[in-house]
Design a protein around this ligand. Structure first.
Ligand SMILES: [Zn+2]
Ligand SMILES: [Zn+2]
Length: 391
C-alpha cells in the first residue's frame, strides 16, 4: 500500500502476451544490433505493438530506430521505456532484449486493464535506441519526446532484483597532445614528448581521485601512445569518462580536468586538444514513491527483492528522463548469483529461463506501477511532491 493505493502485479494481463514477448526477446537476442542500427528489433516491436492495438509512430523524435506506441486516452500519460541495442562484440551483454519486451508486456497489461475497466489513461511504450553511448533518450528529449508525459518507468536486468538505486551523470572527452617527433637517441633535444603529456595527465588524475567526492568516478585509457621507442611521440590520444551524481559536481570536475590537461601540456611543451565525446548524461534520481510501488508489486510478483547495498555507480541516458519527470529504473535478477554486467555470461543469462521468467514478473510489477499511477490521484500527488522535493 503506497498512499492508499495497492500495487498488485498485472500477472494475468501480462500472461496474455507472455508467449509473444518471450519469442520476441529470443529473436532480438539472436540477432543483436548495436546502437542506432536496431532496425530489426525496432520493426519487430512495432509490428507486435500494432497487433496488440497500439497506434505506433516510427521513426520517432528524430530517431530512425525509435518509436512511440500509444493506447487509450485521458489527461494523464505514463510511459514504459524500451531499450534494445546490443554491445559491440558482446551481443546482448546488457540484456536489452529483455528490457524492450518487459516494456511491451507492461504497456499492454496496463492499457488493456484500463480499457476493460472503462477507465481513462494514456499508456505509451517508447522505443529509445542507442542507450549504450549514443544517448537516444537525450537526443529524443531534445525533439520533445516527453511532451505531455507525466511519469516514466523501465526495468533493467541485473544479478539481483532491486528498486532503482540511482546512477551517475557522465561526461566523456577525447584528449590529444601534439608534440614534436625526433630521434630519441641522436637528437632528443629537438623533440617534444606527447606521451609524457598523456602520462602526466594520467598521473594527475590518479592523485586527484583522493580529493573527489566518494560518489565521483574518473577513468581513462591511453589509446595512442607512440609507435616505437626510438622516436619521441609527437601525438597521443586518450579517452576519459568523468562521472558524478550532480551536474554542479560535474561542472567543477570538468573545470579541474581541463586545467590538468593544460597543465600537462605546459609541463611538456606540447599543445593540448580536448574534445567532448558522445552525449553527456545526467545522474538518475529515482522517485522514491514510484520505487515503493515497484517494491510492493515486484515482491507480490515473486521477485526476490533486495535493498541495494550501495547506490548505483553506472550511467544511463534514463538519468535525463528522471530529471525531467518522475521516473524509476527498476532491476530484476537474471542470474542466481553475482555476475558482471557487459560480459559474455550476462549475455547468456539474458537468454536463460530464469531471466525470461523474471522479465515477465518485472513486467507485471511495472504494469502495476503504471496502472496505479494512472488511476490514483493521491498516488500521483505523492509522486509529484517527491519529485519537486528532490529538485
Ligand atoms: Zn549497458
Ligand atoms: Zn543496459
Amino acid at each position: 500500500m503506497v498512499n492508499g493505493q495497492t500495487f498488485q502485479p498485472l500477472t494475468q494481463e501480462v500472461g496474455e502476451v507472455a508467449d509473444r514477448c518471450l519469442d520476441l526477446a529470443a529473436r532480438i537476442w539472436a540477432r543483436p544490433e548495436t546502437g542506432m542500427t536496431e532496425h530489426y528489433a525496432c520493426a519487430e516491436q512495432v509490428s507486435l505493438l500494432r497487433e496488440l492495438g497500439f497506434a505506433v509512430e516510427t521513426p520517432f523524435a528524430g530517431q530512425q530506430t525509435g518509436y512511440c506506441a500509444s493506447y487509450g486516452s485521458g489527461d494523464v500519460t505514463f510511459v514504459f521505456m524500451a531499450e534494445y541495442d546490443s554491445l559491440p562484440g558482446l551481443g546482448h551483454g546488457c540484456g536489452h532484449n529483455l528490457i524492450c519486451t518487459a516494456a511491451i508486456a507492461a504497456g499492454y497489461a496496463a492499457a488493456v486493464k484500463l480499457k476493460r475497466e472503462g477507465r481513462p489513461g494514456r499508456v505509451l511504450v517508447m522505443g529509445t535506441p542507442g542507450e549504450e553511448s549514443y544517448g537516444g533518450k537525450v537526443l529524443m528529449m531534445r525533439e520533445g519526446c516527453l511532451k505531455g508525459v507525466d511519469a516514466a518507468m523501465m526495468v533493467h536486468p541485473s544479478w539481483h532484483s532491486i528498486p532503482d538505486a540511482g546512477c551517475l551523470g557522465i561526461r566523456r572527452f577525447i584528449v590529444s597532445f601534439k608534440g614534436k617527433a625526433a630521434h630519441a637517441g641522436t637528437a632528443p633535444e629537438l623533440g617534444l614528448n606527447a606521451l609524457d603529456a598523456a602520462v602526466m595527465l594520467y598521473n594527475a588524475v590518479g592523485v586527484w581521485r583522493q580529493q573527489l567526492p566518494e560518489s565521483s568516478r574518473v577513468h581513462g585509457v591511453i589509446k595512442e601512445g607512440g609507435v616505437v621507442p626510438n622516436v619521441i611521440p609527437d601525438h597521443t590520444c586518450s579517452h576519459w569518462f568523468l562521472r558524478a551524481e550532480k551536474e554542479r559536481t560535474l561542472d567543477a570536475m570538468e573545470k579541474r580536468f581541463r586545467d590538468m590537461v593544460k597543465g600537462a601540456a605546459l609541463m611538456t611543451g606540447t599543445r593540448p586538444l580536448i574534445r567532448p565525446w558522445m552525449t553527456p548524461y545526467q545522474g538518475r534520481t529515482p522517485n522514491q514513491v514510484l520505487n515503493q510501488a515497484y517494491w510492493e508489486a515486484a515482491l507480490a510478483a515473486g521477485l526476490k527483492m533486495e535493498l541495494p547495498a550501495t547506490p548505483g555507480r553506472g550511467s544511463s541516458d534514463f538519468g535525463n528522463v528522471s530529471q525531467a519527470i518522475p521516473a524509476i529504473h527498476g532491476y530484476f535478477a537474471i542470474s542466481e548469483g553475482r555476475i558482471p554486467g557487459h560480459s559474455q555470461v550476462f549475455a547468456e543469462a539474458s537468454a536463460s529461463e530464469l531471466g525470461r521468467a523474471n522479465m515477465l514478473k518485472a513486467a507485471a510489477a511495472m504494469a502495476a506501477v503504471g496502472y496505479g499511477y494512472l488511476v490514483s490521484q493521491p498516488f500521483r500527488d505523492a509522486v509529484r511532491t517527491e519529485f519537486e522535493n528532490n529538485k
